[in-house]
Design a protein around this ligand. Structure first.
Ligand code: 8DG
Ligand code: MG
Ligand code: MG
Length: 140
């Protein structure tokens, strides 16, 4: 049987003009790159539910105003086909700080300016950002 695509949900958490990134540890996908909090969509879950659950599991943060931004379709190798749903959200409590709840998977979380991202950003995310994608709402 051929492998099925996997569905990931990744969350741009915006705080002032910064976004939360963490450096991944030696995972099968995106090892040692900076990525957003997120994970796999579980059976029956909405994108918003998945975003809130993964952010809570990985950072301890509570998020609000969770919205769909865009999706990418990435064939990473002969056996890995990823569909990634990108969401935007804000901190429910702006004073809450991220905790590294899964230290086996992530080196730690920090806020980064989009114009000054760490060098090694996760591949599909880097392509998207270099292509001019901006997760911030357009100022009205
Ligand atoms: P789970 O076992 O907790 O359900 O999932 P996870 O271990 O937290 O999954 P993950 O690798 O963090 O994310 C799911 C997929 O989404 C993964 O195959 C890679 C893909 N993905 C991207 N960009 C990003 C991103 O910026 N952050 C995260 N976390 N995943 C991303 O393509
Ligand atoms: Mg996870
Ligand atoms: Mg994850």
């Amino acid at each position: 049987m051929s492998p099925a695509p996997e569905v990931g949900v990744a969350v741009f958490i915006l705080k002032d003009n910064k976004v939360l990134f963490g450096r991944r540890r030696s995972l099968s996908i995106g090892a040692y790159t900076y990525a957003l909090p997120g994970g796999h969509l579980e059976f029956g879950e909405s994108f918003e539910e998945c975003a809130a659950r993964e952010v809570k599991e990985e950072t301890g943060l509570d998020i609000k105003n969770i919205e769909l931004l865009t999706a990418t379709n990435n064939l990473l190798s002969d056996s890995v086909h990823l569909v990634v749903i990108y969401m935007r959200a804000y901190l429910s409590d702006p004073d809450q700080t991220p905790q590294n709840i899964e230290p086996d998977k992530c080196e730690g979380w920090d806020w980064y300016d989009l114009n000054n991202l760490p060098e090694a950003t996760f591949g599909p995310l880097r392509e998207m950002l270099q292509g001019g994608f901006n997760p911030f709402p357009i100022a009205s």
